[in-house]
Design a protein around this ligand. Structure first.
Ligand code: ADP
Ligand code: ZN
Length: 210
């Protein structure tokens, strides 16, 4: 099964993608995590992407399309995958189609802009494996330490309030049109983000397996 998770920054795409990945045994592909890894390692691609990411803008389509194409060609994607953070523009969605990728379902996580700010300010992300947490809503068992791999769970630079405003603007302008793009193809399921992670997961899993 090939799935896409759509939603604003902080809507919980990453967290829900982890849940589905575990339940269905298919990999989660997060272009944000791949890009952050590249920035951390100072690769050529990372150097190119850094400024865009820190200002809350999108990384150019040709860069992320290249990343995605390589990633889904890997062995563990044979039985399907969950895309978390890709596509983020209509040209990216079109590129996916021209690669011949068939998308079974697109889950749109709906969360009001007003809720986003608090979610992102409390968010912590594992430096090592990319798992995400929230100091209040979804804390790791030990503060600042990833449950999954023992890595450091830290705040992302782009979760600063000024950058969040810009990321939301970018989302509405460039990514939100994908809701209609996939809605028109009859692949879209809207899921209302709940206060509790596990309540959203229940709705998401229902939507995926329906
Ligand atoms: P979030 O969904 O919380 O905003 P991500 O981890 O998915 O965060 O992405 C972080 C940043 O990485 C984005 O703000 C953007 O700059 C870049 N990025 C990730 N995925 C894409 C993509 N598909 N296209 C362009 N830029 C991307
Ligand atoms: Zn970890």
């Amino acid at each position: 099964m090939n799935l896409i998770l759509l939603g604003a920054p902080g809507a919980g795409k990453g967290t829900q993608a982890e849940v589905i990945s575990e339940k269905l045994g298919i990999p989660q592909i997060s272009t944000g995590n791949i890009l952050r890894e590249a920035v951390k390692n100072g690769t050529e691609m990372g150097v190119k992407a850094k400024g865009f990411m820190e200002s809350g803008a999108l990384v150019p389509d040709e860069v992320v399309i290249g990343i995605l194409k390589d990633r889904i060609a890997e062995d563990d994607c044979k039985n399907g995958f969950i895309l978390d953070g890709f596509p983020r523009t209509v040209p990216q969605a079109e590129a996916l189609e021209s690669m011949g990728v068939n998308i079974d379902k697109v889950i749109s996580l709906e969360v009001a802009d007003e809720t986003i700010q608090g979610r992102l300010s409390g968010r912590r992300v594992c430096e090592k494996c990319g798992a995400s947490y929230h100091v209040e809503f979804n804390p790791p068992k030990t503060e600042g330490v990833c449950d999954k791999c023992g890595g450091a769970a830290v705040q992302r630079k782009d979760d600063a309030p000024e950058t969040v405003i810009e990321r939301l603007r970018t989302y509405h302008e460039q990514t939100a049109p994908l809701v209609d793009f996939y809605g028109n193809k009859g692949r879209l399921v809207k899921v209302q983000g709940q206060d509790e992670v596990k309540d959203t997961s229940e709705l998401v899993l229902k939507a995926v397996t329906a």
